[in-house]
Design a protein around this ligand. Structure first.
Ligand code: ZN
Length: 245
């Protein structure tokens, strides 16, 4: 089965459409998303509705989605993020809100687990190191776990009792899964990349070929920035999008 994998859309509709167009060319039978459909960006309703129209769309809830639904205190966020959450609450349609409410904290099916942050703390932990891989090892049971939240495309793997390896993934990099190793993959962020590369990030997971491949795609960053400005979102967030940070 081929899955399109993405995360952290953050209401960036142009980036989302670019990513979905690319993933569609692989004819995926399903789509996996690690949460944060909204927050930061200018078009939350369009993003939520487009994602939920995808075939076999499976998505877990992210910390921004939770805060918009009043399940995580706004005090958790910095002031720019909190401002964007207030904008999202004001803008969100009843339909988009009810779709966000269907998203669970974690999902596992077949050989795949989905969480936003980490298996032990799906709403908050930024999973970035080999130590964290070990600390999380008993909190998920499948061979592969997809996470988001850090907005950095990463492959983490552990074969047997070895210390986990952590690799930052670049465009076109393809990981071949070893049968006995375990993996945590972060597909990076669609709508707000944070690895000093402003291209939208996504991946393809092929369960038969046992591969995960990352793609970085150019989209009209300025168009999203202009829309953010018109909607009164903070200059810091606008600038950040251009810098990929
Ligand atoms: Zn996020």
């Amino acid at each position: 089965m081929i899955y399109g994998v993405f995360s952290d859309v953050h209401a960036n509709y142009d980036a989302l459409r670019t990513v979905l167009k690319h993933l569609h060319s692989f004819r995926p039978e399903g789509y996996l998303c690690c949460g944060d459909l909204v927050g930061y960006g200018p078009q939350p309703n369009e993003c939520v509705e487009l994602c939920f129209a995808l075939p076999n769309f499976r998505c877990v809830i992210g910390n921004h989605d939770m805060s918009v639904l009043d399940r995580l205190p706004v005090a958790w966020f910095n002031s720019c993020a909190a401002e964007a959450i207030a904008f999202t609450i004001k803008t969100l349609s009843p339909k988009a809100r009810s779709l966000l409410e269907t998203m669970p904290l974690s999902l596992d099916f077949g050989d795949i687990t989905l969480v936003h942050g980490s298996p032990r703390n799906p709403a908050e932990e930024y999973l970035l190191t080999g130590e964290q891989f070990l600390e999380n090892a008993d909190f998920w049971k499948t061979q592969v776990c997809f996470v988001g939240h850090s907005h950095v495309p990463l492959a983490m793997s552990r074969a047997g009792e070895k210390f986990p390896e952590v690799t930052a993934l670049r465009h076109g990099e393809k990981i071949l899964l070893e049968p006995r190793a375990r993996y945590i993959f972060n597909p990076g962020s669609v709508g707000q990349p944070r690895d000093r590369n402003n291209r939208a990030s996504c991946g393809i997971f092929d369960t038969e070929a046992r591969t995960f491949e990352i793609f970085r795609l150019e989209y009209k960053v300025q168009k999203t920035q202009e829309l953010m400005r018109r909607r009164g979102l903070s200059e810091l967030l606008i600038e950040r999008l251009g810098n990929g940070w």
